[in-house]
Design a protein around this ligand. Structure first.
Ligand SMILES: Nc1ncnc2c1ncn2[C@@H]1O[C@H](COP(=O)(O)OP(=O)(O)OP(=O)(O)O)[C@@H](O)[C@H]1O
Ligand SMILES: O=P(O)(O)OC[C@H]1O[C@H](OP(=O)(O)OP(=O)(O)O)[C@H](O)[C@@H]1O
Ligand SMILES: [Mg+2]
Length: 303
């Protein structure tokens, strides 16, 4: 990221996009924006950055504030975890931000965890117990749906995993990704109550010109996401093996078949594969007589 010394003034004609300044969402957010051709340049103390390529200004904020900033129209759009978005939605009586697109990164689960020694019998275990969490609404909503009453929810803003050992709570409800933090603190997953990933959200009442720009941004994100795993695969192969080769490659599009100079029997096959191409599949292609196999990254893809 490049550094700019000063924040430019707020300009009402530009889209304001709220993103996490630093943390678990930030790197992937800036990477996705860069893949969309949008470079965010900001200095350490800066909370606002102007994108030169499009009329977009980026607000660099704490992730918890993003749903409120977008719902109130202070920001036109934002990138935030579904966990934080849904927690805010359950808390909100007025209009909330709309989900425009699932972005496929910062995937994690919201889980209720108990000490490893507990023989967990099911949701009724929590009756009369205390659960420490930063997600009181998602936790209460899940308990209500399971018909479990008389649970005390204790708010914590981090380090939840320490609460059971301190006797502060019987269980926690927090983010789990690899499960390492639970393991290290003698806890295990009892229930997964929510699956999360980053979302592009937008204010419900954006004026027409701004909605069009947000749609354009969403389309660029879709293209960047589509090209992430996609590969352009080229090889020479016997004409008779074309049908079998199509079965091996995870591309949905029909391949391009090109004649090879001086050969009736062999052809060049070019195909866009929209899913990851594995080494096993390349070995299979070789087994079908393919040679000179090249797998190339795709920078951008619009379909
Ligand atoms: N271990 C993890 N693996 C993957 N995604 C995660 C993980 N922990 C959190 N997330 C996702 O990233 C989001 C931001 O997490 P982070 O830990 O950066 O939040 P934070 O400490 O509240 O940050 P902030 O300072 O912006 O308030 C979470 O709301 C969740 O969607
Ligand atoms: O299952 P794992 O892979 O161990 O990840 C889960 C941990 O990650 C998050 O915290 P983070 O490390 O971001 O620290 P934080 O409490 O400062 O947010 C979350 O709150 C868990 O504690
Ligand atoms: Mg936060």
């Amino acid at each position: 990221m490049m550094m700019d010394d000063t924040s430019p003034p707020i300009d009402e004609t530009r889209i304001r996009l709220a993103v996490q300044k630093k943390g678990r969402l930030a790197d992937s957010t800036f990477e996705l924006l860069a893949q969309c051709g949008l470079k965010v340049r900001f200095g350490k103390s800066q909370l606002f950055a102007r994108i030169r390529e499009l009329p977009i200004d980026v607000l660099l904020v704490r992730d918890d504030d993003i749903p409120e900033l977008v719902a109130s129209g202070a920001a036109d759009a934002g990138i935030v975890g579904a966990n934080v978005y849904s927690e805010d939605q359950l808390d909100r009586a007025d209009r909330s931000a709309a989900v425009i697109k699932e972005l496929g990164f910062s995937r994690c689960r919201l889980c209720i965890a108990v000490e490893t020694g507990v023989a967990y019998p099911g949701p009724s275990y929590f009756r009369g117990k205390r659960i420490a969490t930063s997600y009181p609404h998602l936790t209460a909503d899940w308990l209500r749906k399971k018909g479990v009453e008389d649970v005390e929810i204790v708010m914590m803003h981090g380090a939840h995993e320490i609460a059971p050992r301190l006797g502060h709570a019987h269980a926690i409800c927090d983010i789990v990704q690899t499960g390492t933090t639970l393991d290290q603190n003698g806890l295990k997953v009892a229930e997964t109550i929510f699956s999360s990933q980053a979302l592009l959200i937008a204010r419900p009442d954006a004026p027409q010109e701004k909605s069009a720009l947000i749609d354009d941004l969403a389309a660029r994100m879709a293209a960047a996401m589509a090209s992430r795993d996609a590969k352009y695969v080229m090889m020479n192969a016997p004409r008779s093996a074309i049908a079998d080769i199509r079965k091996v490659l995870p591309g949905k599009d029909a391949p391009t078949i090109l004649a090879l100079a001086g050969s009736e029997e062999m052809v060049a096959i070019h195909v866009v594969c929209k899913e990851e191409v594995l080494w096993d599949q390349l070995e299979e292609l070789k087994g079908l007589g393919a040679s000179a196999i090249l797998v190339l990254d795709i920078d951008k893809m619009l379909s």
